[in-house]
Ligand binder design. Sequence first.
Ligand code: GDP
Ligand code: IMO
Ligand code: MG
Length: 427
Amino acid sequence: MPALVLLGAQWGDEGKGKATDLLGGSVDYVVRYQGGNNAGHTVVVGDQKYALHLLPSGILSPGCTPVIGNGVVIDPAVLLSELSGLNERGVDTSKLLISGNAHLITPYHRTVDKVSERFLGKRKIGTTGRGIGPTYADKINRVGIRVQDLFDESILRQKVEAALRDKNQILIKLYNRRAIGVDEVVEEYLGYAEKIKDYVADTTLILNKALEEDKVVLLEGGQGTLLDVDHGTYPFVTSSNPTAGGACTGSGIGPTKISRVIGILKAYTTRVGAGPFPTELFDDDGEALRRIGGEYGVTTGRDRRCGWFDAVIARYATRVNGLTDFFLTKLDVLTGWERIPVCVAYEIDGKRVEELPYSQSDFHHAKPIYETLPGWSEDISKAKSFDELPKNAQAYVKALEEMSGAPISAIGVGPGRDETIQINSFL
Ligand code: GDP
Ligand code: IMO
Ligand code: MG
């Protein structure tokens, strides 16, 4: 059985945690392939709610091996506190595997993330302040520190020294901050080495062997398609590739092994942080979506910006990820609206545009062109099959499917594992 990719089709927070957890019971491995603890993935199991940031959502399924792939950036303090938080709640985390090639977030990355945002002023990106961008920058710049460096004190020291030489100049001279000492970083990070060493492995080898043995590997994305550094709304993006290609580079699994690419798609749209968002609402409807949908950031607690469904974005996600399926989430949140607008195209400089414009300036002043669909008022949270949905909810799903370019294979009608209508199997 080949590998599956599950990723966000919009600007993140589509419900990837729930969807991953749902599949977690039927797969052998769940792999995070990019991002870090900028993610906040919520999983609701019975009356228990978990917020996962760095750990793959498969960690809550006892039969499944969770893997942090090489493409992830790891803040070791966050990793350890997330593990102990789960252990305290009775979750066994002993199967976790961590790639020795994953890069480490250090205190200077967090500081640079926060101060550089402050210096951007009005042009700030609204990052999560977790040090994600600066850590990926160092990786690409070939001055990063990797998990495997923790196990060789002299290498670790050399790398920290080299990194801090530049960083301290920047911190002191540019940002007027205090310098960070080599010893304090080395000492702190050597302390983590002992605590995480049993988890560290050649995850690429393990995953490829597992695939050869017909095991099922699920690759869980963080963030979403429009936050991708290549395909998203640059510069208002994260610093990694949440799109499907990132699943290959971030795990070491080749594209020929991937059989399904599932896009998690919210029945409306949300975004956290700055950047263009054509269907954003500033009225009572936006407020109602936020309140009913509980649209507050899992990581930073910020209010999420809310708006109607945008089919142009969904089509774009189908295209750049080669999506085979959608998992439509939070349909229940739309219950009660008499009519529901859906953005089918944009108007840019007086012209109708059907596809996402490649030009950032055009996207910034794209105005949504709406079609309005009839709503429903019946509670749908107990629906177990498509036929049990009210006719107008069925029509809404079908319309979205038609516009988005891939089959909707599952529908979320509530946050719980079982609050899902499965239309086509993912496995
Ligand atoms: P992620 O980052 O993609 O994993 O999504 P988040 O966890 O940040 O945000 C999704 C929120 O929606 C969480 O609070 C989930 O518990 C909740 N959720 C997921 N699917 C559904 C659904 O179908 N209906 C409702 N009402 N809530 C959902
Ligand atoms: P999950 O996995 C929503 C956003 C931030 C900011 C931009 C860059 O829960 O869907 P970063 O800290 O990554 O450099 O911030 O990306 N962002 C997210 N928005 N969901 C997320 O993760 C996000 N992770 C980062 O708000 O706009
Ligand atoms: Mg989230």
